[in-house]
Design a protein around this ligand. Structure first.
Ligand SMILES: [Zn+2]
Length: 92
């Protein structure tokens, strides 16, 4: 199940704060990486990870290159970093 990306509002010290995805022009970029989940003979995770990139296809290319080097490593997790920002009610 996918969790929707929505703003969350809380009252903190009598000031209304909203936490929301930062989509401003100067916000940090959304980044993507892949991490290898394959388990070794001793059940420890490989843990190899691509660099974080702003283009999802670049981290997917890393997964294919990693599998070419380790043909038994076929399980991966995508790691997405999405910038969020706290916004105070009444500020501009
Ligand atoms: Zn691996």
């Amino acid at each position: 199940m996918t969790t929707p990306i929505t703003a969350t509002t809380r009252l903190f010290r009598f000031v209304q704060w909203t936490l929301r995805p930062d989509r401003d022009d100067d916000a940090p970029p959304l980044t993507y990486a892949f991490r290898c989940l394959a388990l070794g003979d001793d059940d420890t995770e490989c843990g190899a990870r691509s660099k974080s990139t702003t283009e999802p296809i670049d981290s997917q290319d890393w997964a294919f290159a990693h599998m070419r080097a380790h043909p038994e490593h076929t399980s991966y997790a995508e790691v997405i970093e999405r910038p969020w920002v706290m916004w105070r009610e009444g500020s501009t």
